[in-house]
Design a binder for this molecule. Structure first.
Ligand SMILES: NC(=O)c1ccc[n+]([C@@H]2O[C@H](COP(=O)([O-])OP(=O)(O)OC[C@H]3O[C@@H](n4cnc5c(N)ncnc54)[C@H](O)[C@@H]3O)[C@@H](O)[C@H]2O)c1
Length: 437
């Protein structure tokens, strides 16, 4: 089957290489010339484990190519994916201008029956909007139809996720359009769930908002733990052992960030408002998430007696390990908080540092994690990269001005930190659990 994927970001590129691996003939399209140059040189513009191997395999086997022409790719394809960004606007509403622009360009170039698959995360009703664009360009159902196929991959394990999805959601208005997409995904051999356009669009928002809610819930519990002497890790273990609840997304920490949760939660809130529903629950999920980082930083500020003139070392900047994505990363909120109070920042993240440096050119980037501790008044563990797990904490403590460690991801535990001579602060820890650490 001939497929075009428009947008070669985290979702589009992964979708393209995975479909090529599964046997489709794929053209990945982007309007960013610099990205295309890198792709043609075999270099992935994003950090994603395994992606360059899949790119190489696809190109060598003749099933993957890159293009800047939506028109040409559309004419040659049976299925065209839209995988462009839908960033939030000022009020939280998803900006779907790129989706509409690409849909229009596709519509102008359809030459035979084509299924336009919306993979971008879009508000309910966007599938109908794209259908309207097709109609405006004179295309009937006989020539072009729209399918919603939201993506659930996680950055950092995106290739694996795309090859092993829990489910494939297909929203369509006709059996013909849905069948085409079922056929494409058939080699994945994973459960497929076929529904209408609106339900498919909503499933994506509901999934991400539910996961964000779970994290905010355990973070709210973490605040209570700090006050009442319980330990959130033990509470989460006991809670998650209940099969009805499950143990995933119950890791207390600095809160959720990244390119999806913040955007999709605020997207669901604003879309609900447009339909006349005030989603108060989700508004509180957002508030808890913002408070979590602020509370953590206020604790640091209190401990150091102010941040003016202090040097703060940051271990990790990416919004989570195994990605270079820093969109809505907690590191950014931490840097802003500290800089606003006159602190100096030193940070180490071998993969994401450049992206943060582009926003905060005044922070000092170091390659060696131990270098963040030199003359630092405190070190904060922000992202739990594997390389930080096994740090020699005594070596970290040695060059610090004051030996204060704020662990935003509960990576080290008090006993290990204190053995290394560090004063340890973390999230959701009362006194009780120290006995068992
Ligand atoms: N990143 C994730 O983990 C993830 C997961 C699931 C769903 N999503 C959703 O998938 C969509 C894409 O996300 P992403 O993270 O891949 O975004 P991204 O910003 O990494 O990639 C978007 C790509 O689209 C290209 N583009 C924009 N306008 C274009 C046009 N007119 N013609 C051709 N190319 C164009 C950009 O140059 C860019 O390469 C979003 O709606 C997002 O919410 C993302």
């Amino acid at each position: 089957m001939k497929v075009a994927v428009v947008g070669t970001g985290y979702v589009g590129l992964v979708t393209g290489v995975v479909l090529a691996k599964l046997g489709a003939d794929v053209t990945c399209v982007d309007n960013d010339k610099a990205k295309l140059k890198k792709l043609r040189e075999g270099i992935s513009p994003i950090y994603e484990p395994g992606i360059e191997d899949l790119m190489k395999q696809g190109v060598e086997e003749g099933r993957l190519r890159y293009s800047d022409s939506v028109a040409k790719a559309t004419k040659e394809s049976d299925i065209v994916f839209i995988a462009v960004g839908t960033p939030p606007m000022e009020d939280g509403t998803p900006d779907i201008r790129a989706v509409k622009a690409v849909a229009r360009e596709i519509a102008k170039n359809v030459s035979h029956y084509t299924v336009i698959v919306n993979k971008s995360t879009v508000p309910v009703g966007t599938g109908e909007l794209v259908t309207q664009i097709l109609r405006e360009e004179g295309l009937t159902d006989e020539m072009a139809e729209v399918v919603s196929n939201p993506e659930f991959l996680r950055e950092g394990s995106a290739c694996y996720d795309a090859l092993n999805p829990d489910r494939i959601v297909i929203g369509a208005n006709s059996r013909r359009a849905a069948s085409k997409v079922v056929e494409l995904y058939w080699p994945v051999q994973r459960p497929m769930f076929i529904t209408d356009l609106a339900s498919a669009e909503l499933i994506k928002y509901a999934s991400n908002s539910f996961l964000a809610m779970k994290i905010s819930f355990i973070n709210a519990i973490s605040r209570l733990c700090e006050l009442c002497g319980a330990d959130v890790q033990d509470v989460a273990k006991g809670l998650g052992a209940d099969a009805r609840i499950g143990n995933q997304f119950l890791q207390a920490g600095l809160g959720w960030g990244g390119s999806c949760f913040p955007k999709d939660v605020s997207g669901l809130i604003t879309v609900s408002e447009q339909f006349g529903y005030d989603f108060k629950l989700l508004k509180e999920v957002v508030n808890i998430n913002e408070d979590q980082t602020i509370n953590f930083m206020c604790r640091l500020e209190n401990r150091l007696g102010g941040l003016k003139g202090r040097t703060i070392g940051l271990l990790g900047l990416a919004f989570k390990p195994n990605t270079d994505d820093i969109r809505d990363a907690k590191s950014l909120a931490i840097i802003e908080f500290a800089k606003a109070r006159g602190a100096k920042i030193k940070a180490c993240d071998r993969i994401a540092a450049e992206n943060v440096k582009a926003i905060h050119p005044d922070i000092e980037i170091v390659d060696d994690p131990y270098a963040v501790a030199e003359d630092a008044d405190a070190v904060i563990l922000v992202t739990e990269w594997a390389e930080f797990r096994n740090l020699d904490l005594a070596k970290l403590a040695k060059p610090m001005k004051s030996k204060v460690l704020f662990d935003g991801r509960r990576l080290y535990g008090p006993a290990r930190a204190e053995r290394a001579g560090l004063e340890y602060h973390t999230i959701g820890s009362g006194n009780g659990a120290r006995l068992f650490d």
